[in-house]
Every structure is written in structure tokens, then in C-alpha cells.
Design a protein around this ligand. Structure first.
Ligand code: MSP
Length: 647
């Protein structure tokens, strides 16, 4: 890879709440990329920070009886402290309340205005404070609720400055088409293209209804306006480099990758490139959108009491094991469910058995046969086939990391460890030494050391301290220079002596964190429920609110396949207006073929707890009626938009 500058960013986090596992996930991926870039000798700038303006923050502070800036200072510090605790290698922690950031945002506003992209008009629309976004009436749920977070929207009518986003449709589409990797994973790029092809409205980029934001530049002489928080926030990616002030680090622009969660893809994949085009600045190389972490299949929220605190997990299980787990456990872009069991399995198996134990075996064998000495000069003579296998795996790795295929990267990186463990079992050093095959035995130890060295160098960005410990045991240090020697040039390890040490990953036998039982979660005061029974039918009666606890929506089956080993099941992908189709495993194969159900509309229960059927996750249930003649699906009489609520 050519040696150039590498700029890596996380989203800037809202200061209305403290960090949870989702924030830690984004930051840890970004940290991994930044560390990797540095290791391969690229000049790297890694940015993170906090997003502190907007109505949501103002209201959060008010609710707690705090002055807004003081409140923002407090929460921003909790993020910074957490990242420091987590050894996150950021080069700058930006706050949108920083003076130079505000100056930069104003500069951008003036430039966009001069370039003819901003005009003033009146705006009336439904605004979701929680998402800080206007939604057209057509996108609202039940004419009122936010399609993204489900909260009630308010009608806001105000004078506003607009950004001519609609002018950028063609240029954006051309960018997506010309740069197949601009949005990762690629499936997300298709979603964005479909959205933009549906037409873009101009974007309201100022507010007059509150005060907590960046003011317009003085020349506008319009003090009642503050900037829209997403304009303010997105600009952090350039103001952090000195845009609008000293331009000091602008040569790092554009980003190699902006890491984000899938919920904020639209802002990054549509607004951000359009703003950059308006400013005549180059566009990012990649925007990487990861999926959501859930808890037992549910979205995490304070009210449910199921939020995973990253610090607690890291303190209990070790920060590096936690990092490895998050990156290895879910394919980038997919959702992941956090459980201690899955974490413990990864630690005991991948880290303990495969990696940690290999180091122990090396220590044991070299101690017993060679007083701790390890020499690698004869490795190629005896074990060329193993070396080739290892190098073939390693050669696949580098492209994966910047395509954000981190789970695959780690999976592939584990193959050399298998090669090493297998070689010990195959060549049996305990027999070789008895047969006086001293050279072969020493070379086998050399092979193990070489594999541990290569794997540790390639794993360094994910587990910096653990790998530094391993490499130190192998007699050298991790630096861009040693990376180049061992990985790029394939140099053999210098002879060294290895000493006994404690196991790297002692086996974990039981869960280390006490789980909150659901009943301990704060509950809403319970209404007295007396079962009423309808005399005529003997059916238990429920109140309307109980009925509305079930969320029913219209969806279209966009994918259907037969589950081979099952007589009953079809595996469906149902678009219910969410960012991704839901997977539903339905027991309807006796009455419907995959082909005939494809592209038809169905009614889906969308708030059932996910279930597993024949090992496949099912995230909903189709409404159907069954009598002696068989089963039929319940469908809307006329086509309805996906996601339409049924009531
Ligand atoms: N302030 C905006 C970002 C502005 S960037 C110019 C914002 N902040 S946030 O604090 O709400 O979210 C920050 C990131 O955390 C997002 O990328 C979001 O996707 C991620 N996560 C929040 N909850 C999450 C999970 N439960 N799981 C995974 N990540 C999620 O949005």
C-alpha cells in the first residue's frame, strides 16, 4: 500500500447521555484502523469528539436543572475520560462548542452562500427533536410519529435558510456510481442510491426556535438564527483539521474512512458529500456504517434497564478481550447481540486455546529442550509448506481491513494459529527430541515463534497490549520498522531466549457480571388488570392500550427461500420500511411457495422478541388464518407503503 495520509473519524457523540457499548464499538473500530495505519507507516490523524449543540442537548440540560454549557462540559468529559481509560489513540478530541470549530462552521456557511447554495425562505414541517430532523408528512407514522425513533414530532413553522440539496442529486448519484466502495458495506450504498433516486428536498439549515447553536456569520446580520445541528456537527470533520482557521492539518482531508452507525448514514452519505461539493472540497474515500448492538434482541434503552456499560464489561473481562470480541463477533454492517456467554466463549476458545496456549506451548517446549533458546534459521528448511500456508493467509488480510471486513480479517488471521497448533501435533517434538532430531525440533519452535510473531504484528491494532507482550517475549518490539521486516520482507526472527510467564488468558468459568433481571428494570406503575370475559364468546377482553402493545405493520416480501430440511418453513426477508428488511421464518410452506409469496404484501407483528427456528433468527410473525381448508395470509386490500401501521 502506498504511503499516504490516513484520516479516520468517529461520529461526534451527543452529550445528552453517557457512553454505551454502541459508542464504544464505533470508537474501537476507528481506533483499530488508526493503529493499523500507523503500523504500516502511514501518517495518521484520528478524530473523535462530542456534538454539543441543538435543542435536544438544551432540553436535557434543562431537565436536570443545569446550565447548558456546564452540562455539556460534564458529559463531554465522561466521553473523553472513557476513551482515555480505553487507551483510544485519538489525535484530537473535538467539541462543537470549541471556538475554532464555530469559526470554521461560519466560514463554511459563508462559502456555501457565496457559491449560491443557500437561500432564505419559510419552513413549516414536522420536526423530531430527538433525531434533530424534519420529516415530510408522507414519512410520518400515524401522521405524527417520527419514522426513525417513533417519538412524537412537533410542527415547527419558522423562517429558515435552506441548502440547495436538490441541486446535488445528479452529482451525488454520479459519485456513488463512480466509487463502488464509497459506502460500506456495499448493500448500504444501494439503499442510499434508492433514497436519492427518490428525489431530494432542499435542506433547512438554520433554526430560530432555540438558541443553543452556532450563530450565523456576522455579515448576515440575522442574529435570531442558529445553525442546524447536523450542519454544525458534520463540519467537525474539517474544522478539526483547521478549516476556516489555520488550515493546519487540512492535508489530511478527505477522510480515508468516516466510521458511523447505520442510523446516521443518510446524513453522512447524502448531506456531507453535498456540503463538501458546495465547498469545493474532495469527498471521503469510505463511509463505513456498522450495525446495532442489541441486548437479547432488543434495542438498548435506559427505560428498559438493558444498557450495556462498556466500562463494566472491559473491567470485568479485560479491555482487549472486549475489543477482540466486538470486532470478531459480528460481520461489519450487521447487528450483534451482546451476551456474556458469547464473550466468554470467544475468550476461552479463540484467545485462550488458540493464541494464549500457543505461547505457552512454545515456552514449555523451548524450556524443556533448549533452556528457553529459540532459533529460527532452519525453519524454511524443514517447514516450508507451513510457512507458505501462513503467508497465503496473511496476504489476504490487508485489503480486508480497509474494506472494514474486520470479522473476516480476524477469522483469516486465526488460520496461521491453527497451522502452528497442527504442526506441533503432527511433528510431535517430544518424539523428535528422543530421536535426536535436534535441528528439526528447534526449527519447529522457530516456526511457532515465527507464526506468533506474524500473527501478533497483524493483530496489534486490535489488541495492542497483548500483542506487545507476546512480541516482547519473542525478543523484539512492535514498531513500523519491525512490521516491515517481519511482515513485508519476511525476515526470519533473530535468536532469543524465552521465559516462563503467566497464561495470557486464564480460563473464565462463569459470568463475571451480575445480570439485571428484567423485573429489576424500572417499571412503569402497573395498572390493575382484571380479566374481563365476554359472556357471549367466553373470550378474555382487553383494553385498547393492551391491543396497541402489539405493533402490526404492512410489509413486502422482498426475499423468499425454502428452508430445505423443513416441511413447514419459508425463510423470508420482509421490508417493513426499516433500513433493512426483517428476517421472518414463517411456517407456511405447505400453503405458499417461495416464488408465489415473493413481492407480495403481508401483515407483520413487528415487536415480538426475536426467536430462533432451526437455527435461523426470526424477527417477526405474519398474520394468517387457518381453518379446515388450510391457511391463508392476511393481506391489505390495496397496496400500502411498507411500514404502514395496522390499527
Ligand atoms: N451526534 C450524532 C453524530 C454526529 S456525527 C457528525 C450522533 N450521536 S450519537 O451519540 O447519538 O450516536 C453516535 C454513534 O453511536 C452513532 O454512530 C450510532 O449509530 C452509534 N450507536 C448508538 N447506539 C448504538 C447501538 N446500540 N449499537 C451500535 N451503535 C449505536 O448520532
Amino acid at each position: 500500500m502506498s504511503c499516504h495520509k490516513s484520516y479516520i473519524t468517529t461520529p461526534i457523540y451527543y452529550v445528552n447521555d453517557v457512553a454505551h457499548i454502541g459508542h464504544a464499538y464505533t470508537t474501537i473500530i476507528a481506533d483499530t484502523l488508526a493503529r493499523y495505519s500507523r503500523l504500516i507507516g502511514q501518517e495518521t490523524f484520528f478524530l473523535t469528539g462530542t456534538d454539543e449543540h441543538g435543542q435536544k442537548i438544551e432540553e436535557s440540560a434543562k431537565k436536570r436543572g443545569k446550565e447548558t454549557k456546564a452540562y455539556a462540559d460534564e458529559i463531554s468529559a465522561t466521553f473523553k475520560n472513557l476513551w482515555d481509560d480505553f487507551d483510544i489513540s485519538y489525535d484530537k478530541f473535538i467539541r462543537t462548542t470549541d471556538e475554532d470549530h464555530k469559526v470554521g462552521v461560519q466560514k463554511a456557511f459563508s462559502t456555501m452562500y457565496q457559491n449560491g447554495d443557500i437561500y432564505k425562505d419559510n419552513y413549516k414541517g414536522n420536526y423530531c427533536i430527538s433525531c434533530e430532523t424534519f420529516f415530510p408528512a408522507s414519512q410520518l407514522v400515524d401522521d405524527e410519529f417520527c419514522p426513525d425513533c417513533g417519538k412524537s414530532t412537533t410542527i415547527v413553522e419558522e423562517e429558515s435558510y435552506f441548502f440547495r440539496l436538490s441541486d446535488y442529486e445528479d452529482r451525488l448519484l454520479a459519485w456513488y456510481h463512480d466509487n463502488p466502495d464509497c459506502i460500506l458495506p456495499k448493500s448500504k450504498r444501494n439503499e442510499v442510491i434508492r433514497f436519492v433516486e427518490g428525489g431530494l428536498n432542499d435542506l433547512s439549515i438554520t433554526r430560530t426556535s432555540f438558541d443553543w447553536g452556532v450563530k450565523l456569520p456576522e455579515e448576515f446580520n440575522d442574529p435570531k438564527h442558529v445553525m442546524y445541528v447536523w450542519l454544525d456537527a458534520l463540519m467537525n470533520y474539517v474544522t478539526a483539521l483547521g478549516y476556516g482557521t489555520d488550515d493546519k492539518n487540512m492535508d489530511f482531508h478527505p477522510a480515508r474512512v468516516h466510521l458511523i452507525g447505520k442510523d446516521i448514514l443518510r446524513f453522512h452519505a447524502i448531506y456531507w458529500p453535498a456540503f463538501l461539493m458546495s465547498l469545493d472540497l474532495p469527498l471521503p474515500k469510505h463511509i463505513g456504517a456498522h450495525g446495532w448492538w442489541t441486548r437479547n434482541g432488543e434495542k438498548m434503552s435506559k427505560s428498559k434497564g438493558n444498557v450495556v456499560n462498556p466500562k463494566e464489561v472491559a473491567d470485568a473481562y479485560g479491555l482487549e478481550s472486549f475489543r477482540y470480541f466486538m470486532l470478531r463477533e459480528v460481520p461489519f454492517g450487521g447487528d450483534g447481540d451482546f451476551s456474556q456467554k458469547a464473550l466468554i466463549d470467544r475468550i476461552n476458545s479463540d484467545l485462550g486455546n488458540d493464541l494464549g496456549n500457543l505461547l505457552n506451548r512454545l515456552i514449555g517446549m523451548s524450556g524443556k529442550y533448549f533452556e528457553g533458546r529459540v532459533e529460527s534459521d532452519l525453519v524454511a528448511k524443514y517447514y516450508q509448506a507451513e510457512l507458505d500456508e501462513v503467508d497465503a493467509s496473511l496476504a489476504k488480510l490487508e485489503p480486508m481491513i480497509f474494506e472494514l471486513q474486520l470479522h473476516k480479517y480476524l477469522e483469516e488471521l486465526w488460520r496461521p494459529l491453527t497451522v502452528a497448533n497442527r504442526a506441533i501435533d503432527k511433528y510431535q517434538p517430544w518424539t523428535m527430541i528422543k530421536e535426536a532430531k535436534t535441528d528439526e525440533t528447534m526449527a519447529l519452535n522457530g516456526l511457532i515463534a515465527t507464526i506468533l510473531a506474524k500473527v501478533s504484528l497483524m493483530l496489534h491494532a486490535v489488541m495492542p497490549k497483548t500483542t506487545a507482550t507476546i512480541i516482547e517475549a519473542l525478543g523484539f518490539e512492535i514498531t513500523p520498522e519491525s512490521f516491515k521486516r517481519i511482515i513485508r520482507k519476511g525476515e526470519i526472527l533473530a535468536p532469543f531466549s524465552i521465559e516462563k510467564r503467566e497464561p495470557l488468558f486464564p480460563r473464565i468459568e462463569e459470568q463475571l457480571l451480575v445480570e439485571k433481571k428484567p423485573e429489576e428494570a424500572p417499571k412503569k406503575p402497573e395498572k390493575k388488570k382484571e380479566k374481563q370475559v365476554d359472556k357471549r364468546e367466553g373470550i378474555a377482553l382487553i383494553g385498547i392500550d393492551q391491543f396497541f402493545e402489539t405493533s402490526l405493520k404492512i410489509g413486502t416480501v422482498v426475499g423468499a427461500e425454502e428452508v430445505k430440511k423443513s416441511k413447514k418453513l419459508l425463510l423470508l426477508q420482509v421490508d417493513i420500511g426499516e433500513e433493512e428488511p426483517r428476517q421472518v421464518v414463517a411456517g407456511i410452506k405447505e400453503w405458499y411457495s417461495a416464488k408465489e409469496i415473493l413481492n407480495t404484501q403481508v401483515c407483520v407483528v413487528v415487536n415480538l422478541k426475536p426467536a430462533k427456528l432451526m437455527g435461523m433468527k426470526s424477527e417477526g410473525m405474519l398474520l394468517a388464518a387457518k381453518d379446515g381448508d388450510g391457511l391463508c395470509l392476511i393481506r391489505p386490500e390495496k397496496p400500502k407503503s411498507n411500514g404502514t401501521s395496522i390499527s
